[in-house]
Design a protein around this ligand. Structure first.
Ligand SMILES: Cc1ncc(COP(=O)(O)O)c(C=O)c1O
Length: 386
């Protein structure tokens, strides 16, 4: 019998260099509005690739909210969103007063499809709020074609998709805006934090003001210290200098992080390839490069009704798991009360919420953890089935 191991689902990867970067900021006196945020924005833009303009923000939800605010969406407008996503994708639409219209996903990837989106467009549709599910890139060529045909804005929720590419281009650069998250279990972390990305410099400039109260000039642009005007309504969605310093340090070693995830995902998927009654959500083909946030298995047949039993066995054996995401968003109480819920409209989103298990593939896995995880998973499936 293999010795017990504790393998968390996710764990931030913090090094001495990260700690040092934050300490250096604290040894100075500029804690916000400073050079770290500026440098993080330009380093992130360089990482994204040609044409990217970046605005650091306090979270991915803030970046999503700023996107809809900037484009002036509101009551009477509809935004197509996945039924299977984090609630932030949809809350951002709800907060500007527009109506989220939920669309079911592809069972192989968990993503929206161009066909599913096209079928849900109405004369009131103004935007598509898509998600690269678990870092698996959506079919952006197909989705862009639908968006262009109907004149729709495209807001890309890239919370789990740092490092994901579609035909060589980083996700977040296909739409009008791309929104990234640096929450602790994400690919890189700043504690809380996010990045707003766009190809349009004028959008980046306007959003930079919107995230800072709508103030018309930065500290460096003020002829008289403390003097400014406020031509528009705004919010405080800024990132601090400590967060930006941590983000820069994390981004500097991100390619190593991504490669570890890729290898762990491939080994785990291979190890599960003969397992009956389940399939793994994954990108289809070489044009779609996933960021491998986690490995999600969707249980089928007899096993699917016993998901929680299987999770219990895994957790008791020390294997951390999660569910992405625990309910289709339209089934969550707030949305169900407001718009009603018809399970039959979202069979794929329901299958993922109710019958899937997310397994860890991050750089926190130690040597031998993957073997233990696989052995434990197979034994737990056997016990669950017997
Ligand atoms: C798809 C998706 N969008 C948005 C968010 C929210 O990110 P943040 O916590 O940075 O607001 C999450 C968080 O997990 C997410 O999974």
């Amino acid at each position: 019998m293999t010795t017990f191991r504790e393998i968390p689902f996710g764990r931030p990867w913090i090094t001495d260099a990260d700690r040092q970067a934050v300490m250096e900021v604290l040894q100075g006196h500029i804690l916000t509005h400073g050079p770290q945020c500026k440098a993080f924005e330009s380093e992130f833009a360089a990482f994204m690739g040609a044409g990217a303009h970046c605005v650091s923000v306090s979270s991915c939800m803030a970046a999503l909210h700023l996107s809809y605010l900037h484009f002036g969406l509101g009551p009477g407008d509809e935004v197509l969103v996945p039924a299977q996503t984090h609630t932030a994708t949809v809350h951002a639409v709800e907060w500007v007063g527009a109506r989220p219209v939920f669309v079911d996903c592809d069972p192989a990837t968990g993503n929206l499809t161009p066909e599913g989106i096209a079928a849900a467009v109405t004369p009131r549709t103004k935007a598509i709020g898509l998600v690269h599910f678990l870092g698996i890139p959506c079919d952006m060529a197909g989705i862009r074609e639908v968006a262009d045909r109907h004149g729709l804005k495209v807001i890309e929720d890239c919370a789990l998709a740092l490092g994901a590419r579609c035909q060589g281009t980083h996700v977040g650069l296909f739409g009008d805006t791309g929104c990234f998250s640096f929450y602790p279990v994400k690919h890189i972390t700043t504690g809380e934090g996010g990045m707003f990305v766009t190809r349009h410099p004028e959008v980046a400039a306007a959003v930079a003001k919107l995230r800072a109260f709508g103030v018309d000039r930065t500290h460096g642009e003020r002829a008289v210290p403390g003097s400014y005007d406020v031509p528009t309504l705004g919010l405080n969605y800024r990132m601090s200098e400590m967060q930006a310093a941590l983000g820069r340090s994390q981004l500097a070693r991100f390619s190593e992080n991504l490669e570890i995830r890729r290898q762990n995902f491939a080994a785990l998927k291979q190890g599960l390839s003969q397992a009956p009654n389940m399939h793994v959500l994954d990108a289809g083909g070489p044009d779609f490069q996933s960021s491998h946030y986690c490995l999600t298995v969707v249980l089928e047949g007899d096993l699917k009704a016993r998901r929680n039993d299987l999770v219990g066995r895994l957790n008791r054996a020390g294997v951390g798991t999660s569910i992405y995401y625990p309910q289709p968003v339209p089934r969550m109480t707030y949305y169900r009360n407001k718009y009603g819920y018809q399970a039959a409209a979202y069979p794929q989103a329901e299958a993922i919420s109710d019958h899937s298990i997310a397994l860890p593939v991050g750089p926190h896995l130690k040597a031998g953890d993957l073997d233990y995880l696989l052995q434990t998973f197979k034994a737990a499936v056997k016990e669950t089935e017997s």
